[in-house]
Design a protein around this ligand. Structure first.
Ligand code: MN
Length: 499
């Protein structure tokens, strides 16, 4: 137990320590006798996941739920028992993680599949803490993935790369995104991984000396200009984002300016701008390469000033300037906001209400609730007015609640909709006017020839997509009619025509 607590950089109060102790004990007993694929006791996994989570979000209830996250699913311990022992909040988190475990990823040609899967992830979890637990769970599984069969490794790693890493990015948790990408990149694209790694090592070996020199002259510059700063360090681009940039520039490494960057960490935003001024006074900036993400943060909340300057020997260097708080937020994202909030640091709480990642999440969904409610309840209800249904092949469709078979058919393909005679919902015959329920599997029954689009369809369509296509079709039919009347006009004798 002390080992577990020592691994988490946080001073827990006595009551919190007792709760964590109880949860670890409960999970150890429940999983007793169960082994992981590598022969270790099963408890190593939930304990490992809780330690991972504890690095960025040492919240006691969430950590207890992480320790218990596989108890219900894997040992058959009823949720009621967890609720009786640990209370409603922790039981709900465990239930959320269990439900989220049932959302399955598979390869799909549908271009919206992955995006809808990410949305489904948020819709199913209903609480950001559930997602944090689920990602910590996945990081631990990825760290120990080499013990499972190759084909399964590929499936888990693809899902990690397509779903988990982008979700971590969306929540602004840079450290988790980096680790998830790195661990899965080497399994999903082993050849590209090896090549990129080799290229990066070459580049670093070549530039090591000049970077060290530049670091020294930067420190010197800041000192003689009297700028307050905490440190100047070097940072190397992560392999996966390096790989993406290489692809973007057709492998032309000379076009990538931020492979190695220098990072200036300051105490205040004012010092960031002062540092930028001092650096530009001594080193010529490259035009068009100054980005002020402090004034205009990235959608996930990232803040920093980026500039590229010309150093000794005409070499270019990217320099990133940020405060220590911005740096921590870039690593911990949403978890940083909530933790500060709980600690009662009001400045961070106020800021988190306008957190750009929150806007991003809201923009993701057209029905946007009040952000204050969202933060207070820690609830994800962007998707409360949405249902997620499946095609027979398992593709996910994101529709508004109240949507009918007609909406579903148009969301798959207009051509399919133009041939629909009826449907099967979960294997049972249904009409095209029937309303859908969440998690329905819908199969459209097609006729051989296109069917006549009826104005009645408009009454039963809920989505703009279906409505606009139905309208366009009805208009076309009307136009056809008008056209025929016009043609008839030409065949009329001259004296019947208007002057
Ligand atoms: Mn697990």
């Amino acid at each position: 137990m002390t080992e577990f607590l020592k691994a988490i950089p946080h001073n827990f109060k006595p009551g919190e320590t007792a709760l964590l102790h109880k949860a670890l004990d409960f999970a150890t007993k429940a999983h007793a006798g169960q082994k992981r694929k590598n022969g270790e006791d099963y408890i190593v996994h939930p304990r490992g996941a809780a330690i991972i989570l504890g690095q960025i979000f040492p919240d006691t209830a969430t950590l207890a739920a992480t320790l218990l996250h596989d108890v219900h699913e894997d040992t058959g311990t009823p949720l009621e028992k967890i609720r009786a022992e640990f209370g409603e909040d922790i039981a709900r988190l465990v239930d959320g993680v269990t439900k989220l475990g049932h959302v399955r990823f598979r390869d799909s040609k549908d271009k919206f599949y992955v995006e809808n899967l990410r949305k489904l992830f948020f819709a199913t979890s209903e609480d950001v803490r559930v997602i944090l637990i689920k990602i910590a769970d996945r990081i631990h599984n990825m760290r120990t993935i080499h013990h499972i069969p190759k084909d399964k490794q590929l499936k888990v790693a693809s899902e990690t790369l397509e779903v988990y890493a982008p979700i971590a990015a969306r929540l602004g948790i840079g450290s988790w995104k980096d680790e998830l990408e790195n661990l899965s990149f080497q399994i999903v694209h082993p050849k590209e991984y090896a090549e990129t790694e080799k290229l990066l090592n070459q580049e670093m070996a070549e530039r090591e000396e000049s970077i060290k020199e530049m670091q020294k002259s930067l420190i010197h510059t800041l000192k003689i200009e009297g700028i307050k700063f905490i440190e100047v360090s070097g940072r190397v681009k992560r392999l996966y984002s390096f790989y993406h940039k290489l692809k973007k520039y057709d492998g032309d490494i000379s076009k990538i300016h931020d492979i190695i960057a220098l990072r200036v960490i300051t105490k205040s935003t004012g010092d960031c701008y002062a540092a930028l001024g001092a650096i530009h006074k001594h080193f010529q900036p490259v035009p068009g390469r100054i980005k002020d993400y402090i004034a205009t943060p990235k959608p996930n909340g990232y803040q920093s000033i980026h500039t590229t300057v010309i150093g000794k020997g005409g070499k270019t260097f990217e320099i990133q300037i940020r405060t220590d708080l911005m740096h921590e937020e870039a690593e911990r994202g949403v978890a940083a906001h909530w933790f500060y909030n709980e600690e009662g640091k009001n400045h961070a709480f106020t800021r988190s209400l306008q957190a750009p990642w929150l806007k991003e999440l809201r923009a993701w969904q057209e029905n946007t609730p009040n952000p204050e409610d969202f933060l207070e309840n820690l609830k994800i209800d962007f998707f409360k007015n949405r249902i997620f249904v499946y095609t027979p092949k398992g593709d996910i469709k994101d529709l508004p609640s109240g949507a009918t078979v007609i909406d579903f058919a148009f969301s798959v393909h207009s051509d399919l909709a133009m041939h629909m005679m009826g449907a099967r919902i979960n294997g049972k015959m249904a009409s095209i006017y029937d309303e859908l329920d969440k998690e329905d599997v819908i199969e459209i029954i097609k006729s051989k020839n296109p069917v006549k689009v009826s104005p009645k369809w408009l009454e039963y369509a809920r989505t703009n997509n279906a409505k606009s296509k139905i309208r366009a079709h009805l208009n076309q039919e009307n136009r056809g009619l008008i056209q025929r009347v016009k043609e008839m006009n030409f065949t009329l004798p001259r004296f019947f025509r208007k002057k």
